[in-house]
Each structure stands twice: as C-alpha cells, then as structure tokens.
Design a protein. Sequence first.
Length: 286
Amino acid sequence: MTTAERISLTLNPAPLDVPDLAQPLGAAQQFLARIPRSLEAAAPAPESECGDSACAGGWVEAEGGVRRCPRCAAQSRTRRLADQYARAGVEGTLYQVSWGEVHLEHPSWRLARALGRNIRDVVREGINVAMVGEKGRGKTQAGVLLAKDAIDAEYSALVVDWADWVDDVQSDYTRRVKTQAEHVATLTTPDLLVLDDVGAAATSAGDLERKLFTRVIGQRYNHRRATVVTANLSRSELQDAMGERAFDRIEHACQWIVFNGPSYRAEVERRRVSATLERLQREAGL
C-alpha cells in the first residue's frame, strides 16, 4: 500500500457494519430477548442466614410489605454482643454463663442478681460494688455477669485482672512502650469497670499497686463512674491493698457483698461432671 493510499484510508475509514434494527434479530439480540422481562421473578432469592425458608436476605413478608426477620435480628444482636463481650475482656467459660445458670441461693448471690437487674441505676448513679470473701465463691463470675448486664443495657464495660494489669504497667514502663497515664486512661473511660482479684499483685509491687489504684479510682470518682472490685480479702485487708485515698473514694457510694456461702467453683464442677460420674457408677454396679 502506497503512502497516499494509507493517508486516504485514515481520512476516509471504511464504514462500520451497523446492524439494521429493522431487520430480524441477530444471535446476540435473540439471546437477550430470551431473558425474562421480570428480573425480580427470575433472580434467585437471597440466601437466609437464619435458615428460615420464609426469610429472604434478612427480610420476611408482612402485612402491607416486608419487615426485618426476627431470627436474623436476634442472631445479629448475639454476634454484636459477643464481639462487645470479647472487647470487654469477657471470654472463655465466664462468657457462657448466665444468671439463670447460677443455682446458688446464698444472700450474696441474691444481692448480686438484684444489682444485675438494676444495672441501669448502678451505672447511672455511679454505684460501686465491692465483692469480698473466700476463694472459689463466685466473685469473678458475679463481676463478669454485671459487666454483661451493662453491655446488654448499651453501656460500655471492661473486665480487668488487676494483677495482670499491674504487671503490664510495670513491663511497659520498663520498655518505654506505654506510659502509666495511658494505662490509667484505658480504665477510666468504661461506664462500668470490673477490677478482678484486687490485692493479688506481687508483694514487691504493693506500693505501685496502691499508687495505680489511687489514680484509677480517683479518675473514675471524678467522672462518677461505677467500679466493681472483687478480692479474696476482708474489708480491712482490701482497704490496705487499695490504699487509704482510693478506699475513701470508693466506699461511700458502695454496695458491699460478702461471699461467704457455698463454693461456687465446687458447684460448677460438680454439675459439669455429674452425668458422667453417675454413668460410670452405674456401669460399675455401684
């Protein structure tokens, strides 16, 4: 092809082969014509997460239209709460237990249940709770249940193992990772804070423990935020572990609960293995 021919072809390109719409449908058009006009009728219904055949993507038919599927809504709320529980430090076997699964009727548990039923008042009025007594009586579980109640009531909550937290503060200070002020701020913001096993920090950390307690409780006192403390101590021993200033700020708006009833831990373990033990005894002819 000469240069002149190439220039002519560029300036005067060959006409495109545009199909005449008035002519019979081509193959592609025939394919499109076979698609139903009602795409809604042809499209498959969205899969249901809840397994209900009446649910289409989280919606169910209702009089006059559609509404949210109650099963999907419940599952969504359960997932949301589980995520909030995890972020609040409520995990493991403590997370699985509800008030209805605690079968002990000791006055300490009845009072703890009453606080749970009235958790909005506890949080709104900044009521503190001190749970003291012997080991294994269920203080940690009761504190966790109160945190779950607060989350269920749309409040923020945090459960902290006090000894572990003190260790973290010491470690981060040594490594210059996080300041004490930053650690304290983390415990200041939740609407309800559960400090578990207070007084269990190493003896060498006693002075630091009291200093940190004073800072945490002081900040929460200034904001009128509720704090739950659990301890395997008597009231006087807890006062010594907390320090005079922190104890003074927490005790005046505080509900004290002395867990001196049956062992909660023994009750839980007995119920957990009772069926298996009974079966083994029957097999042994006992």
